[in-house]
Design a protein around this ligand. Structure first.
Ligand SMILES: C[S@@+](CC[C@H](N)C(=O)[O-])C[C@H]1O[C@@H](n2cnc3c(N)ncnc32)[C@H](O)[C@@H]1O
Length: 307
C-alpha cells in the first residue's frame, strides 16, 4: 500500500531554520525571534549569535520545577495539569488555533496550518484502506473535533473523547453545526462524545486515533497509553507525536526560556525508536510514517498494525 504523498512533502522549514546533522554544530546561536506565546507545539525561532550565551540561558531554565509547581497548584501530576490547562487557558488558546477566527498571531496561524496537515494526512491514512462508511473509530483526545467531525462526514462511526469537558463541549457544538446538512455519503452519524481520559477507555474499535496528545506526557506514561490504545484497536492505531531529535530538542529548550504569559503545560518530545519499542512490546509495528513540519509545528504521524 502506498503512503500518502502529502506526508512526504511536508511544508519545509525556511532555509535559515533547516538543520542537518552535516551542518556545523551550533557555534553561533541566539534567539532572534521569540513568539509572544509558546507551549506544547510552539517552538522559538533561532538564528546567528553566541552558543555560550544560549547555554548559560538554558541552564537557568527549570521546566521540571515549573511543572512541579503547576502540579502542586492543581493537586496532582501531569494529567491533572493537562486537564486543568485544557479546561481553562489552554481551551481558549487551542479553540482559536483549531478554529477559523482571524484573531490569531503569526505563530498560532502557523501551528493551525501544521495541525491541519496532520489531520488531513491522518484522514488520508484512514481512507487508504477504503471507504470509512460504517468503520468504527475512536478519537482519543479529540480536542475541538478537528478529526472526529470530518470522519463522521465520511460515514465513520466515531467515539470522540477528551479529558477536558470544555473541549468535548466544543467538539459536540462543532459536530452539531457541521453535520446538520447531509454529507455526500448520506446522513452522517453524529459522533458519540464523552469526557474521559484515554486510559479509562474501553471497548473495541476498528481504528484508534490519538493526535497531538502524547506531547503532554513523558515516555514512561506514553508507553502505558500506547499499550492501552493498542488494546482497544482491532486493526489500526494512528498516532502523532513531536519527534525527539537534537534539533527539535534544542528548539524546545529555547522555547522553554519563554513560557509566555499564559500557563502552559510541559511539552515532551518522543523518539520514533521509543514509540516503536512501546508498540513492539504489545505486538504492534509501524506500517507507515511521515513528518509534518512548519515553522512552529512539527509532528511525526504513524500508522501501526498488529504484527
Ligand atoms: C493539542 S490537543 C489535540 C486535540 C486533537 N487530538 C486534535 O489534534 O485536534 C491535545 C488534547 O488532548 C487532550 N488530552 C490530554 N491528555 C489526555 C488524556 N490523558 N486523555 C484524553 N485526552 C487528553 C487535551 O484535553 C486536548 O484536547
Amino acid at each position: 500500500m502506498t503512503f500518502s504523498s502529502s506526508l512526504f512533502t511536508p511544508i519545509p522549514f525556511p532555509t535559515t531554520h533547516r538543520f542537518s546533522p552535516k551542518l556545523k554544530p551550533l557555534r553561533t546561536v541566539t534567539v532572534t525571534a521569540v513568539p509572544a506565546e509558546l507551549d506544547g507545539t510552539a517552538i522559538a525561532v533561532i538564528g546567528g549569535g553566541s552558543v555560550a550565551a544560549l547555554a548559560a540561558a538554558l541552564s537557568l531554565t527549570d521546566p521540571e520545577r515549573r511543572r512541579r509547581l503547576q502540579a502542586e497548584e492543581v493537586g496532582g501530576g501531569d494529567k491533572e495539569v493537562v486537564r486543568e490547562y485544557f479546561n481553562n487557558n489552554g481551551f481558549e488558546r487551542w479553540r482559536k488555533i483549531y478554529g477559523e477566527t482571524d484573531d490569531v498571531n503569526r505563530v498560532q496561524r502557523d501551528i493551525r496550518l501544521g495541525h491541519s496537515k496532520t489531520v488531513e494526512n491522518a484522514i488520508l491514512m484512514l481512507k487508504d484502506e477504503g471507504s470509512l462508511q460504517g468503520v468504527t473509530v475512536c478519537d482519543a483526545g479529540c480536542g475541538t473535533g478537528s478529526l472526529a467531525v470530518p470522519l463522521a462526514k465520511e460515514g465513520a462511526i466515531v467515539l470522540a473523547t477528551d479529558i477536558s469537558a470544555a473541549m468535548v463541549a466544543e467538539a459536540e457544538k462543532q459536530a452539531r453545526e457541521q453535520l446538520q446538512s447531509e454529507s455526500e455519503n448520506g446522513a452522517p452519524i453524529m459522533p458519540k462524545f464523552e469526557v474521559r481520559d484515554l486510559e479509562s477507555l474501553d471497548g473495541k474499535y476498528d481504528t484508534v486515533v490519538c493526535l497531538d496528545v502524547l506531547i503532554h506526557y513523558p515516555q514512561n506514561k506514553a508507553d502505558g497509553m500506547i499499550a492501552h490504545l493498542a488494546s482497544l484497536a482491532e486493526n489500526r492505531l494512528i498516532l502523532s507525536f513531536a519527534p525527539k531529535t537534537f534539533y527539535y530538542d534544542m528548539l524546545k529548550r529555547i522555547g522553554e526560556l519563554f513560557p509566555g504569559p499564559s500557563k502552559a503545560t510541559r511539552a515532551y518530545l518522543h523518539s520514533e525508536g521509543d514509540i516503536e519499542r512501546a508498540l513492539r512490546k504489545v505486538g504492534w509495528k509501524i506500517r507507515k510514517r511521515g513528518l509534518i513540519s512548519t515553522q512552529f509545528y512539527f509532528a511525526n504521524l504513524i500508522e501501526a498494525v498488529p504484527v
